[in-house]
Design a protein around this ligand. Structure first.
Ligand code: UGA
Length: 465
């Protein structure tokens, strides 16, 4: 499978698959396939519950005892829209189960999806420790009719090196196939994204193994969805390049928002018109406080690290990283300009999660922005609808309040950092009255400027006239 191929899966493909012979390894009528998903984190849980919903029999392996207990009782240890419902429904109908016994769980499964974390190591490259440990454990128990599917975001060459682990462990004659199936789910929208993906990318050298994975997806897809089949390395690079490009797109509009602030031009008008060009596209052109989350920085860092290791420099990817850091400082400057000095000022922060509809604060822009405010001598009081628990340990010097309205108490400036819908419905008049000075920096352009001004606020947006 050296050349990239595209086909369309979905309802029509499903009908064909249902009436056809199905993947070679299966016989008889096509039905749900036994699957193991290793890792009960964000990607693992959405994958496991999504496949169970498709009709497959799924066991998910999670080795953290506390997390496992929660999952076994149908509870998700973090906030992700619709995920808890999907999990508890499939637990009850018996298509989904959770365990910590890796070796027993993979016995008899056709496909073993690996969805463990690959965080940045100290040198900025991806840490493959967890993946390596699992591959070592599986190498002695899997048989050659089972397929390993790597969902984790892994550096170019990882699929091949995992394959080598299996060959070294007595599988050299009948090697276990390794397929890369990179994940493109967005947090906060993951369940919806799982059922309606833009595309499915499958990289592998065994046609039979790739067909099996295609079949697993086809069973549940209702919309026509492009399925791209390619080799392992290309699939791995598609994932890194996609995240790097998305970060670049957001970085670009954030920088442009700064220019619009100086010229009085509305960045949203510019973005809307740009996005109408099919070559550019309308998505990911919303300015904000800087992109965040567990993936963009980690993946840009791995990509630039890979390039450096090959004596190649990815100038744009590097600039995307530094422009984002610069943008955090730009947000702080906006508050400083509005109130004069930050020293001794009280800032009320609305939103701590890196984006709306998640409790995740990993690499949230709120963290560097708040730290810079604190360094400048400001006092910060903050609220987020879902991230308060995480916030208490990540930003201990911030006073966490119980509701959005409470951040206004005696504040010199409000700072909207996350685009929660709830912040669009704030009682602005009441908040303005509670504040020492009614200033607001709306980095998500969430409020209607005229409305905020009508309620007595000095309103500053991100690039809106
Ligand atoms: C991102 C990718 O979008 C997914 O395709 C990928 O699967 C995932 O990383 C991953 O590798 O796991 P995610 O990190 O969940 O998904 O969040 P995004 O929706 O991409 O948002 C990332 C950041 O950009 C957030 O801080 C968000 O607020 C910001 N953003 C996004 C903007 O500031 N403006 C936009 O127009 C879009």
């Amino acid at each position: 499978m050296g050349k990239t191929e595209v086909e369309f899966g979905g309802q029509r493909a499903k009908e064909i698959a249902m009436s056809g012979p199905g993947p070679k390894s299966m016989s008889g009528p096509v039905k749900g396939i036994p699957i193991a998903v290793v890792g009960g984190g964000f990607v693992g849980l959405v994958t496991a519950a999504g496949f169970a919903q498709f009709g497959h029999a799924v066991v998910c392996i999670e080795n953290n005892e506390e997390r496992l207990k929660k999952l076994q009782s149908g509870h998700v240890p973090f906030y992700e829209r619709d995920l808890e419902k999907l999990i508890s429904e499939n637990l009850h109908n018996g298509r989904l189960s959770f365990t910590n016994d890796l070796e027993a769980a993979v016995d008899g499964q056709k496909a073993i999806f690996i969805a463990v974390g690959t965080p940045s190591a100290a040198d900025g490259r991806a840490d493959l420790g967890a993946l390596g440990t699992i591959a070592e454990s599986l190498a002695s128990v899997l048989t050659s009719d089972q397929v390993i599917v790597i969902k984790s975001t892994v550096p170019v060459g990882t699929g091949k090196s995992i394959q080598a682990v299996f060959s070294e462990n007595g599988h050299s004659k009948n090697p276990i196939a390794v397929v890369n199936a990179p994940e493109f789910l967005r947090e906060g929208n993951a369940v919806q994204d799982f059922f309606h993906p833009h595309r499915i990318v499958l990289g592998g050298t065994s046609t039979e193994a790739v067909e099996l994975v295609k079949h697993i997806y086809r069973l549940g897809m209702t919309d026509p969805v492009p399925i791209i089949t390619t080799n392992n390395e290309t699939a791995e690079l598609i994932k890194y390049s996609s995240n790097a490009f998305l970060a670049m797109k957001i970085g670009f509009i954030n920088e442009l928002a700064g220019l619009c602030d100086s010229t009085g031009i509305d960045v949203l008008e510019v973005a809307r018109a740009m996005g109408m060009d099919g070559r550019i596209g309308p998505e990911f052109l919303d300015p904000g406080p800087g992109w965040g989350g567990s993936c963009f920085r980690k993946d840009l860092s791995e990509l630039t690290g890979l390039a450096s290791s090959l004596d190649h420099t990815l100038l744009i990817a590097r600039a995307v990283l530094s422009a984002n850091e610069q943008h955090h400082r730009y947000v702080v400057e906006k508050a400083r300009k509005l109130i004069g000095s930050l020293d001794g000022a009280t800032i009320g922060v609305l939103g701590l999660a890196f984006k709306a509809n998640t409790s995740d604060m990993r690499d949230s822009p709120a963290i560097p922005i708040i730290n810079e405010l604190l360094d400048a001598g400001a006092k910060v009081q903050a609220y987020d609808p879902q991230a308060m628990e995480e916030a208490r340990s990540i930003i201990p010097n911030v006073s966490c309040v119980d509701s959005a309205i409470d951040v206004a108490a005696e504040a010199d400036c409000l700072l909207i950092l996350t685009e929660w819908q709830e912040f669009q419905m704030l009682d602005l008049s009441k908040m303005a009255k509670m504040m020492a000075t009614p200033n607001i920096v709306d980095t998500r352009n969430l409020l209607v400027p005229e409305v905020a001004k009508r309620h007595g606020f000095n309103y500053v947006s991100m690039g809106q006239a």
